[in-house]
Design a protein around this ligand. Structure first.
Ligand code: LLP
Length: 428
C-alpha cells in the first residue's frame, strides 16, 4: 500500500489519498467517518465533482454549451445542488428525477427530459414547469406529446434522439446507440420523423440528440456518431427545419481499473475541431455526462465481518452487498477495494462478498488484501450508479451518504432504518 507521509492520490482518484496510515477523502479521515456514521457508507468529494466538471468547462471555453448532468448517475439532492450551483442543467428520465432537480434548485429551462417511456402525466408536469426540452425517442411519442401540449394550450420544445448505429465498444448492457437497442429513432427514419414533428402544432423542434452508451473509453465512437449526426442536421435543415441545438449525450468513461478514457477537455478538443471543420462550431451545444462527473468522486466504506478461508476460495465477507453496490453483480464491473488503514504483512487472495443470499453477491474477486475482522475497506469509484441503483433486497436499509467538502463531512442522506424498508406495507 501507498503508506507515506505525503498525501498521494490513488490512480484515477486524486481526492482519495493515504496520509500516513490513513485513507483520506479530501481532508476527512475515512476511519473516523466510518466510526461516526457506521457502514456501509457512501462518501463523495465535492472538489472531485467540481474538478471533473471543470475539465468539461475548459473544453467548452468560448463556445455556447450547456452541460446537463445526467442525474441518474447519482441523484442525491446535495450532489444535484453542487451541480446546480455550478451552473449545470440536468438530464432527467422520470417525474421523480424532475421533482429532485427542482428540490435541489435547478433552473427548469436547463432541464432536458430523456427516456423511451415518458407517461402523459410526466409530460404534463414537465410542461407545467417550463422544461427546456423533451428528447423524444419515437414517432409514437411525438404524437402523444403533441396531444398533451395542445390540451394545455402549450407548445412542447422537442429534440429527437437519433440512434446513429455506432458501436461504443462498451458492455452490451450499457450500449445504447446500436440498431438492436431500444433507444432513439433509427438513422434512416430521422428525416421523416422531423418532418412529422414539424407538422404538429403542439411541438416546436429545437434540437437533435444522441447518446451511444456509457463507460466509453475511446474517442472514435464519438467522432463517428458526430459525423452521422451532422449529416442528419444538414439533411433536416435542407428540408427547412432549423436545428437550434445539438446534444451529444453522455457516456465518457472513468478509470476503474487502469482504464484510460480521454480527459473531457481532450475529447472535446477533438470533437470541436470536427464541428469547426464542418461549420457547426458556433452552434448551441449540449452534453449529458453522468458517470464522468461523479464516479471517481465517491467511495463506499464497508466493514469486514468475517474471514472465511476455503479450499478453493477465501472469502472476505463485508457488510456492503449487491443491494448497495449492484454493478459487479449486474455488469461484472470492477471496483478497486483498498483498506482504510493498511496493515503490514503478506496479502491473501480473497473474494470480497456481501451478506445477501445469492452467489452473484460479490463486490470483488481474487483481491490481494491484508485484512482482519473489524477492518474498514473502501470500495473506490463508487460515486456513480451505486447508491442511485441501490435496493432494499434482503430487507436491507440503504446506506447513509456523506458529502465531503475539504475537512468537513456533511450527512446528506440518513441511513434507512429497517422500519423505513416496510413502512409502506400493511397486514391484511
Ligand atoms: N444520457 C442518456 C440519455 C443516458 O441514458 C445516460 C445513461 C446518460 C446520458 C449518462 O451516461 P454516462 O455519462 O453516465 O455514461 N448503470 C450503468 C450505466 C447506465 C447508463 C444509462 N444511461 C452502469 O453502472 O455502468
Amino acid at each position: 500500500m501507498n503508506a507515506t507521509n505525503t498525501p498521494q492520490g490513488l490512480p484515477g482518484q486524486p481526492h482519495v489519498a493515504y496520509q500516513g496510515e490513513q485513507l483520506m477523502l479530501e481532508g476527512v479521515n475515512l476511519s473516523d467517518l466510518a466510526r461516526e456514521h457506521g457502514t456501509p457508507l457512501f462518501a463523495y468529494s465535492k472538489a472531485a465533482m467540481l474538478s471533473a466538471l471543470a475539465a468539461y468547462q475548459r473544453g467548452f471555453a468560448g463556445r455556447q454549451a450547456q452541460i446537463c448532468y445526467a442525474m441518474k448517475a447519482n441523484s442525491n439532492l446535495a450532489v444535484l445542488q453542487v451541480f446546480a450551483e455550478a451552473g449545470c442543467g440536468f438530464d432527467i428520465v422520470s417525474a421523480g428525477e424532475l421533482a429532485r432537480v427542482l428540490a435541489a434548485g435547478a433552473d427548469p429551462a436547463k432541464v432536458i427530459f430523456s427516456g423511451v417511456g415518458k407517461t402523459r402525466a410526466e409530460m404534463k408536469q414537465a410542461l407545467q414547469i417550463g422544461i427546456g426540452c423533451f428528447n423524444v425517442e419515437s414517432e409514437a411519442e411525438l404524437d402523444v406529446l403533441n396531444t398533451v401540449a395542445l390540451g394545455m394550450g402549450k407548445q412542447a420544445p422537442v429534440s429527437l434522439r437519433v440512434n446513429p448505429n455506432v458501436d461504443p465498444k462498451t458492455h452490451p448492457y450499457i450500449s445504447t446507440g446500436l440498431k438492436g437497442n431500444k433507444f432513439g429513432i433509427a438513422h434512416e427514419d430521422t428525416l421523416r420523423a422531423y418532418q412529422h414533428a414539424a407538422s404538429l402544432p403542439g411541438l416546436k423542434v429545437v434540437g437533435i440528440d444522441c447518446h451511444i452508451g456509457s463507460q466509453i473509453t475511446e474517442t472514435t465512437p464519438y467522432l463517428d456518431a458526430m459525423d452521422r449526426m451532422l449529416d442528419l442536421v444538414a439533411d433536416i435543415e435542407a428540408a427547412g427545419i432549423p436545428i437550434h441545438h445539438i446534444d451529444f449525450g453522455g457516456g465518457l468513461g472513468i478509470n476503474y481499473n487502469g482504464d484510460t478514457p480521454p480527459k473531457a477537455d481532450a475529447l472535446w478538443a477533438q470533437l470541436l475541431a470536427k464541428l469547426d471543420a464542418r461549420g457547426y462550431g458556433q452552434r448551441q451545444l449540449m452534453i449529458e455526462p453522468g458517470r464522468s462527473l461523479v464516479g471517481n468522486a465517491g467511495v463506499c466504506l464497508t466493514e469486514v465481518l468475517y474471514l472465511k478461508p476455503g479450499e478453493q476460495k477465501n472469502f472476505c465477507i463485508v457488510d456492503a452487498a449487491m443491494n448497495d453496490l449492484p454493478r459487479p453483480a449486474m455488469y461484472q464491473a470492477f471496483h478497486q477495494i483498498v483498506p482504510v488503514t493498511p496493515r503490514a504483512g503478506e496479502a491473501t487472495l480473497y473474494d470480497v462478498v456481501g451478506p445477501v443470499c445469492e452467489s452473484g453477491d460479490w463486490i470483488g474477486r481474487d483481491r490481494a488484501l491484508q485484512v482482519q475482522t473489524g477492518d474498514t475497506l473502501a470500495v473506490l469509484s463508487a460515486g456513480a450508479y451505486c447508491m442511485s441503483m441501490a435496493s432494499n433486497y434482503n430487507t436491507r436499509g440503504r446506506a447513509a451518504e456523506i458529502l465531503v467538502d475539504k475537512a468537513q463531512a456533511h450527512l446528506i442522506r440518513q441511513r434507512e432504518s429497517v422500519f423505513d424498508t416496510f413502512a409502506l406495507e400493511q397486514l391484511v
